[in-house]
Design a protein around this ligand. Structure first.
Ligand code: FES
Length: 137
């Protein structure tokens, strides 16, 4: 769980989707998820960013029970059209990671996401939403 001291505000461009990859402790932990190649996963997400999205690594989003957590934050146009951040949990295998990369290829489609991603979505707590706001400023 993040403490006030751990929080930091990152200014991210809002003209693109922001992909927030949690690496706060439980997310990215080889002890908790020994079968996941966390570094390779982050590299794949970063390589997929292109011009359509920006990737940022966050500290704990206070949703450790869902680790690894990735949040897909819509761009301003999508947000104005009603899209909200999509919280994806248990991103611990190649299949769900690949589907997140697919979403990154079509960021304007949020909140319509591939089935595997949809199966991994969860509703964040108010505290988790606050942590995300603190991360992306
Ligand atoms: S480490 Fe706590 S939500 Fe990712």
């Amino acid at each position: 769980m993040a403490t006030k001291k751990q929080r930091r505000g990152l200014t991210v461009p809002h003209d693109r989707m922001t992909v927030v990859v949690c690496r706060g402790g439980d997310c990215g932990s080889r002890i908790k998820h020994p079968d996941t190649d966390h570094a390779a996963q982050l590299a794949k997400v970063r390589n997929a960013a292109g011009d359509q999205s920006v990737v940022t690594v966050s500290r704990c989003l206070d949703a450790c029970e869902h680790s690894n957590v990735i949040v897909l934050v819509p761009d301003a146009d999508s947000e104005n059209a009603g899209a909200t951040p999509v919280w994806v949990g248990e991103v611990n295998d190649a299949e769900v990671t690949a589907d997140i990369l697919e979403v990154m290829d079509h960021p304007g489609d949020l909140p319509d996401v591939p089935v595997v991603v949809e199966l991994h979505t969860f509703r964040p707590t108010r505290q988790s939403r606050r942590e995300l706001d603190g991360e992306i400023g």
